[in-house]
Design a protein around this ligand. Structure first.
Ligand code: ATP
Length: 270
């Protein structure tokens, strides 16, 4: 069977309501939503719609979620591709995948293209050449640059890309007319963690002792993905005890588990 070229999601249901915190980042992408909804408003005045923005921040902070919410708010299809998919690809496939992705998005324009882990394709050229797989990656990157330069003002396709390593990206990617906007998506502060908890507590049947503020205080350094994990894990802990509601202690047990998991992961990285 043939590997899927990319993911296409015609009907995105994620909206800004699903993205807690990240006020600054949301404000910046709101403009992109406006471009997608009313391109004439900008082009009439001679303005050029931006082609791309780079979402930069640690893993699990909601970059993919935010990109999806842009598509959901603008009610446009969402095409996505992950840079890590390219790591084990056959020669010649990378560039053609990128070409197909852009062709499909242009056909359905206005649309959002999302490239996760763009650093896997967009690392500065001429480095880490010892594995020999570099030519393929360079071809893919060059195709991406060609596509971004290629579409004119008649097609409203906005490319969002995510990375946690903007510092290692090829500078050519950040040139004007490409990913020339940087949007920071940072780890959540106390208040933001509280809001993220509130999003993820909503579907659970909770005991009366569960408070989002308390949970936010127990979880410094946690990402949104970690918090989503805590909520799910807490429900599993409670279920294992045959409880009918998820209580504070279940969350504390879940937090301990997640911290244990994070520590293990950090040890492996060291
Ligand atoms: P990665 O860099 O690892 O791909 P990411 O920044 O793209 O991570 P997401 O995949 O968007 O992170 O987040 C994973 C999950 O964590 C989301 O689907 C959501 O459930 C939860 N999450 C992360 N950030 C938030 C947030 N700000 N509000 C609500 N949920 C969040």
């Amino acid at each position: 069977s043939r590997a899927k070229l990319f993911d296409e999601n015609e009907k995105v249901r994620v909206t800004f309501k699903d993205v807690a915190g990240l006020e600054g980042a949301k404000e910046e992408v709101e403009e992109i939503v406006d471009f997608l909804k009313n391109p004439e408003k900008f082009t009439k005045l001679g303005g050029k719609i931006p082609k791309g923005a780079l979402l930069v921040g640690p893993p699990g902070t909601g970059k993919t979620l935010l990109a999806k919410a842009v598509a959901g708010e603008a009610n446009v299809p969402f095409f996505s591709l992950s840079g890590s998919d390219f790591v084990e690809m056959f020669v010649g496939v990378g560039a053609s995948r990128v070409r197909d992705l852009f062709k499909n998005a242009k056909d359905k324009s206005p649309a959002i293209i999302f490239i996760d882990e763009i650093d896997a394709i967009g690392r500065a050229r001429g480095k880490n050449n010892f594995t020999g797989g570099n030519d393929e990656r360079e071809n893919t990157l060059n195709q991406l640059l060609t596509e971004m330069d290629g579409f004119g003002t008649d097609t409203t396709v906005i490319v969002l890309a995510a990375t946690n390593r903007a510092d290692i990206l090829d500078k050519a990617l950040m040139r004007a007319g490409r990913f020339d906007r940087l949007i920071h998506v940072d780890l959540p502060e106390l208040n933001e963690r509280k809001e993220i908890f509130e999003v993820h507590l909503k579907p659970l049947t909770l005991g009366t002792d569960v408070e989002s503020e308390f949970l936010a205080k127990q979880t410094p350094g946690f990402s949104g993905a970690d918090i989503a994990n805590v909520c799910n894990e807490a429900a599993l802990v409670a279920a294992r005890k045959n409880k009918t509601v998820v209580e504070k202690q279940d969350f504390l047990d879940a937090v301990d588990r997640i911290i244990g998991g994070l520590e293990k992961k950090n040890k492996l990285i060291k």
